[in-house]
Design a protein around this ligand. Structure first.
Ligand code: ADP
Length: 328
């Protein structure tokens, strides 16, 4: 059975982008077809200015939402990254294989470092090395497939390079993984700025739909989404990013094709209304289950404890053999 690994960072509240770009596929496809591990990657949340208590709360919330989104601990392994030492252990070895130049070429690093500097802050070294830790997350488990949104492609590409380089230098140790993306909504855009990704942010973003937004909040956000200067509804991601984003979200919710959907609408208003309704319906069962799980925190804790134990057992032999192969 193929091995699948993926994760979410507890740097903010999970968004519709996280769900459509990654989590939905994890619960509907991956956990059924693969030996799958899903991880709240909390070490990655320390790469930017953070509040310790908030990281802990967001980690717990992200884990609860993964279960609410349908991940079933009977079918897959759900755990928190920092509960399994193997990730950090392997990361250091991979830092000895990666180069400073390839780290500095990572687009996310360039963007986040520039934003940090613009705020007058300093850039943490871990922001630069974060893709190496991500490579360790993936390679520790002999992962075949990494189901992620579009924004993570470059990091998975780096992971492949590091696996190949390590294997060539020190003997075959790692499986070289490949990425899988959803067909539609691989990159959900911000509703108020459709040229930038709908990402988690530290503050509540009016252009971001969060998985726990109440129905009326979702409706308000979608109805206020910026559309483009044209009047007709057309699917063109480059020229008409606002309308195309709504069409993709609607298509992803309803299982249709954004280009075909465009033909069914002659006004922005009705497209927005249908998109808002579809998102509300999509989130309803996740929110209901989340509420139930919040009332049973012992269950969530038990799942995470058992998940970490299982993950540790899976990762340790490969990480141990990487230590031996590299000469330790
Ligand atoms: P974020 O960028 O929101 O902090 P994470 O790094 O935690 O997201 O990513 C979790 C998963 O969600 C990854 O697979 C990522 O590719 C996916 N993802 C994040 N934002 C989006 C988006 N706007 N559209 C599609 N997928 C996304």
């Amino acid at each position: 059975m193929k091995r699948v690994f993926s994760g979410v960072k507890p740097t903010g509240h999970l968004t519709l982008g996280n769900y459509l770009g990654a989590m939905r596929r994890w619960s509907t496809v991956d956990q059924h077809e693969a030996d799958a591990l899903f991880c709240v990657v909390d070490l990655h949340a320390l790469t930017v200015d953070h509040d310790p208590g908030r990281v802990q709360r967001l980690s717990r919330q992200a884990a609860t939402l993964l279960l609410a989104a349908g991940l079933d601990p009977e079918l897959c392994t759900v755990f928190v990254q920092s509960h399994v030492d193997e990730h950090a252990r392997l990361s250091y070895l991979l830092e000895c294989v990666a180069t400073d130049g390839e780290m500095r070429r990572m687009i996310q690093y360039k963007e986040k470092a520039a934003a940090e500097r613009a705020r007058g802050g300093s850039v943490r070294l871990s922001l630069l090395t974060y893709p190496v830790l991500m490579a360790a997350d993936i390679l520790a488990y002999g992962t075949d497939e990494v189901p992620v949104g579009d924004d993570q492609s470059q990091h998975v590409e780096l992971t492949r390079d590091l696996a190949v380089r390590f294997n060539q230098r020190y003997g075959r140790t790692f499986v070289v993984p490949r990425t899988t993306h959803p067909g539609v909504a691989a990159r959900v855009m911000n509703l108020l700025d459709p040229t930038s990704k709908m990402g988690k942010s530290d503050d509540v973003g009016p252009g971001i739909v969060y998985l726990l937004d109440e129905p009326d909040v979702v409706r308000k956000k979608v109805m206020r989404a910026v559309t483009d200067s044209g009047r007709d509804v057309a699917y063109d991601r480059e020229g008409r990013p606002g309308v195309s984003n709504l069409l993709e979200i609607l298509a992803a919710c309803e299982g249709g094709d954004p280009e075909e959907l465009a033909g069914a609408y002659d006004s922005y208003g009705s497209l927005k209304k249908d998109t808002a309704d579809a998102v509300v319906e999509l989130l309803r069962p996740v929110q209901e289950r989340h509420k139930e799980l919040c009332a049973d925190s012992a269950y969530v804790e038990g799942v995470l404890r058992a998940g970490a134990e299982k993950a540790r057992e899976m990762a340790r032999p490969r990480v141990d053999s990487a230590y031996r192969a590299i000469g330790l």
